[in-house]
Design a protein around this ligand. Structure first.
Ligand code: HEC
Ligand code: HEC
Ligand code: HEC
Ligand code: HEC
Length: 133
């Protein structure tokens, strides 16, 4: 009996997890970490739209950037239709930082600059968040 309930609970949880990944960014709660293969940390909490509204970031290109050949960010252009991992590989490649560094520089960099938002590992990689452990 107990086993059955546990099983049902597991199914419910995994349905939730799949749901989150399949939804557009309005429902994004976490940054998908599956591209890391064997992630060491729980995925980072990131409620996309709510975060950006509260942080008052209007330009998508602040995160979904596009660079020209001279390494200058092109204003008013956005790569929102691409994953960060479409360009950033697991290792550094030319001027493109490795994927983990790209995330950390983007997220923590702004939080430090503005002195708002989390900068400690466990505040972003929250144990027990939906997804992995
Ligand atoms: C279309 C390809 C592309 C996508 C998609 C992309 N990047 Fe980049 N990113 C680049 C390139 C190219 C550079 C190097 C720019 C230069 O020449 O200095 C870069 C540089 C960076 C840097 C270092 C410079 C800086 O802005 O501080 C960070 C951090 C970064 N990317 C984070 C991210 C994150 C996070 C995402 C996803 C939200 C992302 N990138 C998506 C191409 C991309
Ligand atoms: C503070 C950084 C940030 C800003 C600003 C931002 N995004 Fe994102 N967005 C992300 C990250 C990180 C992801 C996940 C990328 C990945 O997994 O490679 C994402 C994913 C997405 C996705 C894919 C959703 C999914 O479920 O896979 C879309 C679409 C998107 N963003 C659109 C936008 C639009 C449109 C704007 C501007 C109105 C915007 N974003 C502003 C960080 C940002
Ligand atoms: C351009 C600046 C900027 C970038 C880039 C950015 N943040 Fe933030 N973030 C903020 C600010 C400002 C706050 C504080 C908002 C407030 O006062 O509630 C914040 C708050 C947060 C919070 C706590 C409040 C909440 O919304 O849950 C989390 C978690 C967070 N950020 C995660 C991330 C992650 C993960 C990324 C990278 C994918 C990221 N942030 C990128 C500016 C930024
Ligand atoms: C501002 C939020 C934020 C903070 C603070 C932060 N990270 Fe991350 N980290 C991310 C995001 C976003 C990713 C991309 C994928 C994911 O885990 O969701 C990531 C990816 C990683 C990865 C690669 C994926 C994995 O799990 O193997 C590791 C390892 C990692 N972080 C470790 C750390 C450690 C250690 C600290 C503290 C020194 C830290 N992070 C602090 C947001 C953060």
């Amino acid at each position: 009996m107990k086993k059955k309930i546990f099983f049902a609970f597991t199914i419910a949880l995994s349905t939730l997890a799949i749901g989150y990944n399949a939804h557009p960014q309005e429902d994004m709660e976490l940054v998908d970490n599956s591209v890391f293969g064997n992630p060491r940390r729980p995925p980072a909490v990131f409620r996309h739209d709510a975060h950006n509204e509260r942080a008052q970031i209007e330009e998508c290109g602040v995160c979904h950037h596009v660079y020209d050949g001279n390494g200058q960010r092109v204003e008013d252009e956005s790569s929102e239709d691409q994953r960060c991992s479409d360009c950033h590989e697991l290792e550094t490649s030319g001027r493109q930082p490795a994927l983990m560094k790209a995330f950390h520089t983007n997220c923590k960099g702004c939080h430090k600059l503005k002195n708002r938002g989390p900068t400690m590992c466990g505040q972003c990689h929250v144990r027990g968040s939906v997804g992995t452990n």
